[in-house]
Design a protein around this ligand. Sequence first.
Ligand SMILES: [Zn+2]
Ligand SMILES: [Zn+2]
Length: 390
Amino acid sequence: MPIVNRVADLQPDIQAWRQNIHEHPELMYDVHRTAAFVADRLREFGCDEVATGLGRTGVVGVIKGRKPAANGDIKVIGLRADMDALPIKEETNLAYASKVPGKMHACGHDGHTAMLLGAARYLAETRNFAGEAVVIFQPAEEGGAGAVAMIKDGLMDRFAIDQVYGMHNGPGIPVGSFAIRSGPIMAATDSIDIRIEGLGGHAARPHKCIDSVMVGAQLVTALQSIVSRSVDPLDSAVISICEFHAGNARNVIPQTAELKGTVRTLTEEVRELIEKRVREVVAGVAQITGAKIDLEYQRGYPVVVNHVSQTDVATRAAKEIAGEANVHEMPPLMGAEDFAYMLEQRPGAFIFCGNGDSKGLHHPAYNFNDDAIVYGTSYWIKLVENTLAA
Ligand SMILES: [Zn+2]
Ligand SMILES: [Zn+2]
């Protein structure tokens, strides 16, 4: 079955919302305009309830089906989109490019928001399901854990959500295709902050110093040995030290150095192993060099783990929209997503919707592909109508 016919009629409206949101990007929790835009549309569509201010600026719309769900059936399905943009200077030359200097919808959250609005409009019009569809628009996906803020404000219990689904656009995946997998699909992300206190001095008298640059270099190398020598080669892990700050003169051994990096893992076991080994390596390098090394190891977003039977449900809905041959099983990505927190609360699944041959996510010339709108929006609708069959 192809896309939902009515969605093709709605496409111009959804595209216009998408481009409007694109022109006015907002960061983190500061998505007031976007949230107001979303809430206004949801009220226009006739949602049974529109709640604002969850997780500071999150918005939730409730759409009741023609009849309540039968006893024993799933009663409430949650569909989640994200609203925030990135601190990137847009370089797309689009007519509707960002009007806000230094901010840009470079992750396609403008498209996610517009597609979920499109689905909400259709569902409120047709109500061809039993139970309730809850549309969730969250702030601060890009590093602010907006999902957690909404959960803390009672998202799951207040709306009695039974299952929750998420979607992201996927550059490199053809438009009209979807990609998904059961189990871990995106990585946990933890951060490493290291401050080395050596002993500065004259470059010609190293024996009177503790060289913080050499200590840092040893750390960078030793930390890489964790992935190559401590983690099972059949498991996946990344440690990337991406900042190394030290020194400002060629003839001075600097007193201090700072390193910053990120750790990505796909299971809780590997995540714990790496944290333990990072602590041991830092302590060991401190001991052999005599430097004082402070380590701050912070846990970020957990692994996005798709639940088995909900992945089947999502795959079936996607195949009904895109065709059997256009829904692919994908390998996990080492990027992160705070939808992970929602999947810790309720069973569900996260899927990628093809964005075609666009620039990658977070690239200054990236743009959400409006041709994907009909597929993503139809997927949401199909997911609700299948899960809450009337
Ligand atoms: Zn992003
Ligand atoms: Zn994103």
